[in-house]
Design a protein. Sequence first.
Lengths: 269, 87
Amino acid sequence: MARIIVITSGKGGVGKTTTSAALAMGLAQKGHRTAVVDFDVGLRNLDLIMGCERRVVYDFVNVINNEATLNQALIRDRRCDTLFVLPASQTRDKQALTKEGVGKVLDELSHTFDYVVCDSPAGIEHGATMAMYYADDAVVVTNPEVSSVRDSDRMLGILASKSRRAETNAEPICEYLLLTRYSPERVAKGEMLSVDDVQEILSLNLLGVIPESKSVLNASNAGVPVILDTESGAGQAYGDVVARYLGEQLPYRFLDVEKKGFFSRLFRG
Amino acid sequence: MGLLDFFLTSSPKGSAAVAKERLQILVAHDRTERNRPSYLPKLQREILEVIRKYVDVDVNAISVNYEQEDSREILELNIVLPEVAQR
């Protein structure tokens, strides 16, 4: 049986799809059979971030409606052969994702995969609740910024009440915090909430901290999950996230300002 | 500018402290709202209807409060009756 992981946040633009792509690629690179599913019906973007947008023939809704088989809709990644993408549909009918339909597809995926990563749309509407309903684990992607932290807390409330695990009184969803777009320089200046500040409010299992990095935009421009950019801080931080998710104990990196010499500080800007 | 920054960065008190304080208050408030039973508004409306059969009270004369402490839950119902009962 696969472990079902939802990548969620409430707020948009915090890095859900970037994280879904990176986590799925990282798990697949470790040899786990991994499927990454786009739940953002009508606004599909995971295929672009994964770089497989021109290979989409069938989608999630086609599979639910029995217009295609799961194998026809799954796109095998060209860089890693244990990774598959299930794209969202571009239909405007958001109700196309029925609870039964999603359950059926996830159940079928569970038989052949080790991990199913669900990329949730922003908001708390139908698509977002469907993405989290069947989850075993939830990664709450948060920016160190007031509206994002508040929305994340709201999401935690929904995860605790509107998931299958909550409804069947099963063991609750395992919730992780992933702090993205972190700028140690701004934290040091007191301009940005620190990891500790955010943790004091949300107190979750910290999966990692992704530093603000130009490599994230570069990676999405090229359709390459940023975890493959092992030169970049963001890529390395996502590498740590995958290892931590799989149970490794790693120190948190990229939390402190890089040491600069006296002269570079003096003549900065 | 670089030189000025160098001497000014010694005071770390910035907007993050304000953000944290605001969030702590907000999140605590959100959480108490979230834990309220969802039937409260309906309960308030129906109680009001029953009372109005007998006493002419104002919509705002009834308040229903729900509080949760460690081991107990308190449902507090407050009805302000008019000075002289009419009808």
